[in-house]
Write a protein that binds this ligand. Sequence first.
Ligand SMILES: Nc1ncnc2c1ncn2[C@@H]1O[C@H](COP(=O)(O)OP(=O)(O)OP(=O)(O)O)[C@@H](O)[C@H]1O
Ligand SMILES: [Mg+2]
Length: 223
Amino acid sequence: MEAMIKIKDICKGYDVGNERLEVLKSINLEVEKGDYLAILGPSGSGKSTLMNIIGCMDVADSGEYFLNSLPIHETKEKNLTKIRNSEIGFIFQKYHLIPTYTVMQNIIMPLLVRGKSHTQAEEECKDTIEMLGLDKRLKHKPSELSGGQQQRVAIARALVGNPAILLADEPTGALDRNTGKEVLALFNKLNEMGNTIIMITHDLTVAEHAKRIVRIIDGEMFE
Ligand SMILES: Nc1ncnc2c1ncn2[C@@H]1O[C@H](COP(=O)(O)OP(=O)(O)OP(=O)(O)O)[C@@H](O)[C@H]1O
Ligand SMILES: [Mg+2]
C-alpha cells in the first residue's frame, strides 16, 4: 500500500535581500496511515517550513509531495484550500483560538466552514468534547481557560473534521511540564484510536512520546 504521505526531494528557500536562503534541502519522508512521527530539530532548522508544506499551507520550490496519492505539488491553490480543510487538522504552540468566540464556537468552526448547520455541527462534536473533558467549559471564552484547556480546545477543533493527519507544531511549547505531559498522553490515546500524527518539536523528551523520530538539522533530514 502507498504511504499516506510521500515526500520526494523537496526543496524550499527564500530570497532575503539579495541572498538566497536554502531552508529545506532535498527532504525525503514517508508517513504511513496510523503512524505517530516526531520531527525533531533545533530552532531555525526548517521544521515549521516543512510543516507548512505538509499542511498544504505553502508549496515547495521543487520536489514531489503526495498526500493519499494526490499530487499536491501539481495542485492549484483553490484545491489546496479544500484539501487543507478536509485532510489536515492543525495544532499550534499558541493554540490560535478565536478570542471572541466561545469554546463551542471555536470547536465547530471547521464544520461550519464545510457548510454544516450549527445544530448538526454541535451534534457531531459531542463525543470529542466529552473525550477532551471540555463539556463544562463550552460557553467560556479562550481567555477564561488555562493553557492546557486552551490547547485541548485547539485539539478538539483539529479533530472534529476527522482529518487524515493531525499536524502539531510545538504543541507543548507554551505549557508547563505536567500540562504538557497531559497533552502528550492525549496524543498517544488519539494515535491508539487510529489517528495519524506528525508532531514538531525541538525537545527530545517530547519527541520520545512518538512511535518514530526523524531529525532535521540545517534543512536536511536524518532518520
Ligand atoms: N517567509 C520567510 N522568509 C525568509 N526566511 C524565512 C521565512 N520563513 C522562514 N524563514 C527562515 O527559514 C529558516 C527556517 O525557519 P523555520 O520557521 O522553518 O524554523 P523552525 O525549525 O520552525 O524554527 P523554530 O524552532 O524556531 O520554530 C529560518 O532561518 C528562518 O529565518
Ligand atoms: Mg517553528
